[in-house]
Write a new protein. Structure first.
Length: 246
C-alpha cells in the first residue's frame, strides 16, 4: 500500500511538471508586445456616439483587438500624427487580421467635435469608409469620467496659431515637421475649412488644447495590454494588433 502511494505521488508530480513545462514553453513562444505593460487591466467602459451617429460601447468592441486614442479635430500636430500612424498600422495588417481589429478615437473637445465634424475630419484622412474605425464623441458630462478613467487630461486651452493651420492645410508642411522644427510665425489672414476644421471662429475665440498623447492597445477580452505614444512606430502598433487579434 505504501509503495502504491509513492508511485501515485510520483505520477502526480510528473504530471504537474509536464503541465508547468508546457505553460512555460507557451509563454516563451508568445511574441512580446511593444509599449508600457499595463498588466491586463480591464479597459474602462464607455457609451458614446460615433461619426456615423451610432451609439458605440466598449462592449460592442469585445472580441476585437483595439487601438484606442484621444484627439480633437482642430489639433494642429499630434492628433493628425496619431491618426496617420494608426492608418499606416491599419494598412500593415493582413485582411484576416483587420476583421478582428477596431481603431477608436475619442474626442477631448466635445464643444466643437460633434459627429458631423468627426466624420469630416476622418474623411480627409481616408478612414470613414472603413467599418472598423470609430470617431467617438458625446457631451462633456459623459466624456469627463471617461477621460479620467483613461488618465487623459484635455489640458488648458491656448490660442490657435493661424499660420500653422494654414501651412498644414496647404500641404506646405506636415505635422512631424512642426514637432521637430517648431511653429512658424503667424500672419493675419482668413482661413477655410478644407481639412474638416472649424475656422469660422474669431481669432479671439479660436483655440487648441494641450492633451495627453496615448494609444491604448486592448485585447479581445477587453483588457488593456500596453500603452503606446505618438512617437511609437506604426509597425510596432501593427505588430501588437496582429499578436492580439483573434
Amino acid at each position: 500500500m505504501h509503495q502504491q502511494l509513492l508511485t501515485l505521488r510520483r505520477i502526480v508530480a510528473l504530471s504537474l511538471l509536464t503541465v508547468l513545462a508546457f505553460v512555460l514553453a507557451s509563454c516563451a513562444d508568445e511574441p512580446e508586445l511593444v509599449g508600457t505593460d499595463m498588466e491586463s487591466q480591464e479597459a474602462p467602459s464607455f457609451t458614446l456616439t460615433d461619426h456615423r451617429g451610432n451609439t458605440v460601447t466598449r462592449d460592442d468592441l469585445h472580441g476585437k483587438a483595439v487601438a484606442l486614442t484621444f484627439i480633437f479635430t482642430n489639433c494642429p500636430d499630434v492628433c493628425p500624427l496619431i491618426i496617420n500612424r494608426m492608418n499606416v498600422a491599419w494598412d500593415e495588417l493582413s485582411d484576416d487580421t483587420k476583421e478582428g481589429v477596431a481603431m477608436v478615437a475619442i474626442t477631448v473637445d466635445p464643444e466643437r467635435d460633434d459627429p458631423e465634424t468627426m466624420a469630416q475630419y476622418l474623411e480627409t484622412r481616408g478612414v470613414t469608409a472603413m467599418d472598423s474605425w470609430y470617431g467617438l464623441t458625446g457631451d462633456i458630462e459623459t466624456l469627463e469620467p471617461i477621460w479620467e478613467a483613461y488618465f487623459v487630461t484635455p489640458g488648458e486651452q491656448y490660442p490657435a496659431d493661424p499660420a500653422v493651420q494654414e501651412a498644414i492645410e496647404s500641404g506646405e508642411h506636415d505635422h512631424e515637421e512642426f514637432i521637430e522644427e517648431g511653429l512658424p510665425e503667424s500672419d493675419d489672414h482668413d482661413h477655410g475649412d478644407d481639412n474638416g476644421h472649424q475656422h469660422e471662429e474669431d481669432e479671439d475665440t479660436a483655440y487648441w488644447l494641450a492633451h495627453t498623447d496615448v494609444i491604448y492597445v486592448i485585447d479581445p477580452d477587453g483588457n488593456v495590454r500596453v500603452l503606446m505614444r505618438s512617437d511609437d512606430s506604426p509597425e510596432d502598433l501593427a505588430s501588437n494588433l496582429e499578436i492580439l487579434a483573434p
